[in-house]
Design a protein around this ligand. Structure first.
Ligand SMILES: O=C(CO)COP(=O)(O)O
Length: 242
């Protein structure tokens, strides 16, 4: 059976003090979390150390939101895989639509970052997804298939998580219909060399829709933005009913 992976993406939210406060409410709520669920918090770089110190022995693993492909060098504003693994980071989000849209991330740089992450012992969470315009034009399948083709060149599919995040469903409150998300994720899986890669859904996941999302057979987890910022709501998502 494929593992279930529940990840929070804090984006550019929370100071260190706020992240420590979050943990005080969140960790006790995980005491009865069923086994077999991987819980990941992908947080701003400045929160990583504080969380790393406070997560020992808990179910929660640490993730970052970006990594550079070089080991070191004159790359102002970037971070290396070694800098992340040294402080206990195990996962990294790569190719999030916000990076593609606002920071010039391309399928080529996504591929370079994926390779560097894997080479240095990180598990990447690769994000793909279509815009509203592409969906309305009937281009969803082609676009996603093209993203996967380009992003996954020479990538080891046994150390990989993929997230299907329709861009029009991110932060909008408009969730992709669960059966439709299941269908697209099924198509994505059929294109992979390794069908056991966990594939998550992301986009307006909330306590009110998590049970229905996780009941879909192709969906192996969720990548959660806004609803991962509050301890209670993220705990409810992690503790989804099945
Ligand atoms: O971008 C997302 C996770 O990476 C989704 O964000 P929301 O859950 O806020 O829609």
């Amino acid at each position: 059976m494929r593992k279930k992976v529940i990840a929070g993406n804090w984006k550019m939210f929370k100071t260190q003090a706020e992240s420590e406060d979050f943990l005080k409410g969140f960790l006790p709520a995980l005491e009865d979390t069923p086994s077999g669920r991987e819980v990941i918090l992908c947080v701003p770089f400045t929160d990583l150390n504080a969380l790393s110190r406070n997560l020992h022995g808990s179910l929660v693993q640490l993730g970052a939101q970006n990594v550079h492909w070089e080991t070191q060098g004159a790359y102002t504003g970037e971070i290396s895989a070694e800098m992340l693994t040294e402080i206990g980071v195990r996962y990294v989000i790569i190719g999030h639509s916000e990076r593609r849209q606002f920071f010039g991330e391309t399928d080529e740089t996504v591929n370079l970052r994926l390779k560097a992450a894997q080479k240095n012992g990180l598990t990447p969470i690769l994000c793909v997804g279509e815009t509203k315009q592409q969906r309305d034009a009937g281009e969803t399948e082609t676009l996603i298939s093209m993203q996967l083709n380009k992003d996954l060149v020479d990538i080891n599919q046994s150390n990989l998580i993929i997230a299907y995040e329709p861009i029009w469903a991110i932060g909008t409150g408009e969730t992709c219909e669960t059966k439709e998300a299941n269908r697209v994720i099924g198509l994505m899986r059929s294109q992979l060399k390794n069908p056991d890669v966990p594939i998550q859904y992301g986009g307006s996941v909330k306590p009110s829709n998590i049970d229905e999302i996780m009941a879909q057979p192709e969906i192996d987890g969720v990548l959660v933005g806004g609803a991962s910022l509050e301890a209670d709501s993220f705990a409810r998502i992690v503790n989804y009913q099945n």
